[in-house]
Design a protein around this ligand. Structure first.
Ligand code: DX5
Ligand code: ZN
Length: 237
C-alpha cells in the first residue's frame, strides 16, 4: 500500500519543510498537483517549486498534471525531479503520445480519469501505463467530498488488471479519509492520495499510520508483488 500525502493541503508558505515533515512521518510518495488555470479553474506549482521540494525529500514525487498542454511541461517537471508523471485521459487523441513521452523520459507513467469520464476511456492505454489514477473528486481543489459513484471504476480497473495480467497501480485521489480509504481499498485501490486528512491532522505521523492500517485491513488483495516492481521504478529520480 502506498500512501501519498498531497502537498496541495500543506502550508504553502513552507513547502520544503512540509515535504520534510511528511517524509519523517513515514509517507511513501509525495503527491504534487500541477494546475494550469485552464484544464482546471485553479493554479498551483511550477517546476521551480518541484525542484525545491525535490531537494527537501528523498521520497518519490508523484506529479499529477491537471494541465491542457502537458506536452510542453513533461520534460520541465521531469528535470525538476518528478519520479512519476500523470496526465489526464480527457486530453483525447494526444494521450498515446503523452504516455510515450513520459516513458521516454524514464518516469513512471500515469493516466488519470475524471469522475464524469467513463473508465472505458482508459482501456486502450492500460498496457502502456504503470499507474491508473481514478479521480474520486472533480479536480481543482483540495478538501472536497468523496464521490462514491467512482467506486465501481476502481473495481473495473482491478478486474482489467487481473484479466490482462498487468501490474499497474490503482491510485485514488480526492476526499480520501478514514472512512473512504476502506471503501477504496476493498474495491481494489492500492495507492492513496490524501491532502486535507493528513496535513490537517494533529499528528501527521499517526494519521498516516491510521490510513495505512485501514488500507491494509480492507485490501482487496495482497500488495507485495506490485509494490516491488512499481517502487523500483520510482526510486530513481
Ligand atoms: C484535487 C487534487 C488532489 C487533492 C486532494 O484536484 O488532485 O490531489 O490534493 O485533496 P483532498 O485529500 O483534500 O481531497
Ligand atoms: Zn492530485
Amino acid at each position: 500500500m502506498i500512501i501519498a500525502p498531497s502537498l496541495l493541503a500543506a502550508n504553502p508558505g513552507r513547502l520544503a519543510a512540509e515535504a520534510a515533515r511528511a517524509t519523517r512521518a513515514g509517507a511513501d510518495w509525495l503527491h504534487v498537483d500541477i494546475m494550469d488555470g485552464h484544464f482546471v479553474p485553479n493554479l498551483t506549482f511550477g517546476p521551480a517549486i518541484v525542484r525545491a521540494v525535490r531537494a527537501a525529500t528523498r521520497l518519490p514525487l508523484d506529479v499529477h498534471l491537471m494541465c491542457s498542454r502537458p506536452e510542453i511541461l513533461l520534460e520541465l517537471f521531469r528535470e525538476a525531479g518528478a519520479s512519476g508523471l500523470t496526465v489526464h485521459v480527457e486530453l483525447g487523441q494526444r494521450v498515446a503520445h503523452l504516455l510515450w513521452k513520459i516513458r521516454a523520459l524514464g518516469a513512471r507513467v500515469g493516466l488519470a480519469v475524471n469522475p464524469p469520464t467513463p473508465i472505458a476511456a482508459a482501456r486502450p492505454f492500460l498496457k502502456s501505463i504503470d499507474l491508473l489514477l481514478v479521480m474520486t473528486v472533480n479536480p481543482g481543489f483540495g478538501g472536497q467530498e468523496f464521490i462514491a459513484e467512482t467506486v465501481p471504476k476502481i473495481q473495473q480497473a482491478r478486474a482489467w488488471r487481473r484479466e490482462l495480467k498487468l501490474a499497474y497501480r490503482i491510485e485514488v485521489d480526492g476526499g480520501i479519509n478514514f472512512q473512504t480509504v476502506a471503501e477504496c481499498a476493498r474495491a481494489g485501490a492500492d495507492t492513496f492520495v490524501s491532502g486535507t486528512t493528513l496535513f490537517q491532522a494533529r499528528s501527521l505521523r499517526r494519521a498516516l499510520q491510521r490510513l495505512r492500517t485501514l488500507a491494509r485491513r480492507h485490501a482487496a488483495e495482497p500488495d507485495a508483488a506490485r509494490t516491488g516492481a512499481a517502487a523500483g521504478v520510482l526510486v530513481s529520480t
